[in-house]
Design a protein around this ligand. Sequence first.
Ligand code: GLU
Length: 454
Amino acid sequence: MSTLPKIDAPVIVRFAPSPTGKLHVGNVRTALMNWLFVRQNGGHMILRIDDTDLERSTKAYEEGIKTDMSWLGLNWDSSFNQSARFERYDAVRDELIAKGLLYPCYETSEDLDRQRKLQRVAGKPPVYNRAALELTDSDRAALEADGRKPHWRFKLSGDKVSWTDLVRGEQNVDTSSLSDPVLIRADGSYLYTLPSVVDDIDAGITHVIRGEDHVTNSGAQIEIFRAVSDHLPTFAHTPLLVGKDGKGLSKRLGSLSMEELRKDYFEPLAIASLLGKIGTSDPIEIRPSMAVLTEEFSFDKIGRAPARFDEDELLLLNSRLLHETDYDDVKDRLDKLGVAGGEPLWTLARANVSKLTDMAGWSTVVFAPMAGQIADEDAAFCKTAADCLPAKFDDETWSEWTSKLKSETGRKGKGLFLPLRLALTGRAGGPSMGDMLQMLGPDKAKARLRGEAA
Ligand code: GLU
């Protein structure tokens, strides 16, 4: 598919991951911003697979990206691969060459290093010196006869490129301070810059929403847009994501991949609530649905400072969401996790889990045979507690039983309740003991209070 279908929509955006790795919190935030904006405006979202780097791109990563986006609820309306469009990029390449805006260069990377060093010594900025523009036809023929293959640079105007960024406001990039960007490598392969512009033109992209690491690119890309088309999207460059320590996330992105979070049973809505709100003027809290996040989205709310991503905050939002989640919404995944206890256990323990996988622990507490935790000084007390445990359990049992124990043993507060909790569950904290006691039933409770495995 070399040509793209015409899309009729008021807003057309694209999320353009390279399938050379897994989706992580950083690029998901970009995907989310695109998605929230396009859904708010009844537009069309394209998932563009930037696979021009044929060596590093894999189908497995591409499939992974699609799986993760679907899991997060970030659906797209159409999708295409850049690798299917080389003919079209070649046509624009030829157009730029004909216009004298794309020129062949023969410097090796060592030549360029040397040039930059000399510039540094002379106190000059490390901008490409355009020596290749001085080459004559016979110079080029001689170099090529020598086996040199050219790479191709786009000739920047040297003017200031300005645009109104939806996040950053008025932007100016002085192209005289930039090297002419290489668009095509010596092996003929395309760097990202040109194919992206060609696709944004052909797809009629109205808004390019991406990370601020692309701001300088935008300066050059806007000149390419203007060279080959009348179409120019509006730009929105969002601040980068950093860790809570303010440092870049790049080293930790492996563990912050969507695949990892999905396999760890995180809730997509917790991830979307956090990534949709960090770095904005809205409070960071769990939102009830993607529809509410969509309604609340605005570029005006996005600040200029880097957005801090804190895994503990994700865990907190995740637990808050689970505390309000109905059994029907987790049933299938609990079954997959092999968590016994059905709805009663969920109702009992959901306020005590941060992640769905924590339910396995509560299922073990209730169903797996285990001896309670009884300190020596509590052994006699627990025995008494076992002896006066009623045979029939109901909603009043816990309060009646502990009142009785209080008057019989003189214990109260923590000294009364903690040993019972430890003996019955092996844990110092957890769900309401009134409900827990009923869930355990009289036989199990009695045995555990006596220090027997049950
Ligand atoms: N594939 C590019 C990237 O991941 C896309 C950038 C863009 O949105 O233009 O950085």
